[in-house]
Design a protein around this ligand. Structure first.
Ligand code: ZN
Length: 501
């Protein structure tokens, strides 16, 4: 067999694995959007089966032998085939550590827990979620042991989504961030709060969806390869390289929720749609890590979507859409309203300045859960204490307390929240680098044009998919390792002006 034949076999095997994952994504998307509640047991069973089949393919000894045979090629070359072999090797080595029976149990628990959470959150019923959480914690601990030895239990979970990151590195970064953020939040909290009543009239949800989708397509979201639906927890998913979906949620009495959720998920979708076609169908054909992915959603949602220049172009259009509601609101008042800084209960509603405090607290709590320092039954109380301490507010119930995020209720605990905060940090770092290359980007945004920014991101980040590890792509694109400096400079400049600090 020639190397070409072996590479073809490798690609065929990897495409089957991708297809099984994508088929499962369709079922999950349907579960989160249109499926009637009664479909849950059947759906859980189907997802478990697909997960098992995918895992079987991923751990097939034939795949391992093929990778062994191709190893010398990967060592001798520096091209996409070599990178494909290396990435497939990493995925294989991780997958074979996890028994198929475990994957099946974990997937079944994930589906059941998610369905239960969808009932439990609106009815503020933490007690009904407690057994699911305890089981999830147990299964997570079991999972982590497959990767022993490790420095910290959270490390294998973090490495799954952000290769190369560790809990120690994140803790150091979060400590630095907290030191900078807390005085800034306090300084802002001492000022008169922004008036955001203009966002809380009555706004037809269909019109909100259409406006958001129009901006998404202006950003460059391609509807020939995507679509927008609604779900309780917005997300971006992928059914193939040519079908990248987003969901959002709208509220008639809150204009910013739906709009910024749409822009957020659009950022994720732009990353996936920007991946080079030659990486399609392979494990290289997706974003390089969760944190880098989140940097793109935050960049488009916040750095672009909440900027003064952006609204210079879009505010008259929004006023046209909602003439009665917004006729007495100036552009400047609207800009201040969408950038209101407030110590609030809900992470997904949090402003750019306080957002990371929500994350740091969750990161700490999940480490405590994993380490056994915190029992599941103590979680609601620990949550309340941390919100009082870090954000000076008391959650009135669990619905808007520890039940608010889907993450812990989908079958695993740990290895997810950190990427949101790191996403904010990297969003500013990527944007600052784009600005150094093209100082006219803010003016273009002010004219409703995003091509230069999107092309810079595509060229330096999107098209590479998973060719480079997260730390490598950050250094290549921005010229330096991850740093909080551009992020803090961004916050200080924007909010210093807004709150006259
Ligand atoms: Zn996101």
């Amino acid at each position: 067999m020639t190397v070409e034949t072996k590479l073809r076999e490798l690609r065929a095997r990897l495409l089957e694995i991708r297809d099984l994952g994508w088929a499962a994504a369709v079922l999950s998307w349907d579960q989160a959007t249109y499926m009637p509640a009664a479909g849950a047991p059947g759906r859980a069973r189907q997802l478990a089966l697909l997960g098992r089949l995918e895992h079987e393919r991923m751990t097939d000894p034939g795949l391992g032998r093929l990778l062994d045979v191709l190893a010398p090629y990967a060592n001798e070359h520096d091209n996409d085939n070599a990178r494909l072999i290396a990435v497939a090797r990493r995925d294989f080595d991780k997958a074979i550590k996890v028994p198929a029976s475990y994957v099946e149990r974990a997937n079944a628990l994930g589906s059941a827990s998610y369905s239960a959470w969808r009932q439990a959150r609106p009815s503020n019923d933490f007690a009904s979620m407690r057994p699911y959480l305890e089981k999830s914690l147990e299964l997570t601990r079991e999972y982590v042991e497959f990767f022993a030895p490790y420095q910290h239990m959270a490390d294998p979970l973090i490495d799954d989504v952000d290769e190369g990151l560790t809990s120690a590195a994140i803790r150091a970064l979060f400590d630095e961030l907290r030191r900078e953020l807390v005085p800034l939040v306090t300084a802002i909290a001492n000022q008169a709060p922004a008036d955001d009543r203009c966002l809380h009239g009555t706004f037809a949800e269909r019109a909100q969806l259409e406006f958001g989708l129009k901006v998404a397509t202006d950003f460059g979201y391609d509807l020939k390869h995507g679509r927008l639906d609604t779900s309780p927890h917005p997300f971006c998913t992928k059914f193939s390289d040519a079908d990248i979906r987003i969901t959002t949620r709208t509220y008639a009495n809150d204009l910013s929720q739906g709009l910024f959720s749409t822009l957020h998920e659009t950022g994720h979708a732009l990353y996936e749609q920007g991946i080079a076609p030659e990486l399609a169908g392979t494990p290289l054909g997706r974003g390089t890590s969760m944190a880098v992915h989140e940097s793109q959603s935050r960049l488009w949602e916040n750095v672009v979507g909440r900027s003064r220049n952006f609204w210079q172009h879009y505010y008259p259009k929004l006023q046209q859409e909602f003439p009665e509601q917004l006729e007495h609101t100036s552009r400047e008042s609207f800009y201040r309203a969408i950038n209101k800084v407030e110590r609030s209960l809900i992470r997904t509603d949090a402003d750019e300045v306080t957002y990371n405090l929500h994350i740091i607290l969750r990161f700490d709590l999940e480490l405590e859960l994993l380490e056994g320092k915190l029992a599941v039954k103590e979680l609601p109380e620990a949550w309340r204490e941390r919100y009082e301490r870090d954000l000076a507010i008391t959650p009135p119930d669990d619905r808007d307390g520890c039940l608010q995020d889907v993450h812990w209720y989908s079958g695993g605990i740990g290895g997810a929240f950190h990427s949101y905060a790191i996403g904010n940090i990297l969003a500013a770092q990527f944007y600052a680098a784009a600005l150094r290359a093209h100082p006219d980007i803010p003016d273009e945004i002010g004219a409703g044009k995003f091509t230069t920014l999107r092309q810079w991101l595509t060229e330096n980040l999107y098209r590479h998919g998973r060719r480079f590890k997260p730390a490598e792509i950050v250094a290549r694109a921005t010229g330096e390792p991850m740093t909080i400096k551009p992020y803090m400079a961004y916050l200080r400049s924007k909010y210093g002006e807004l709150y006259r600090l």
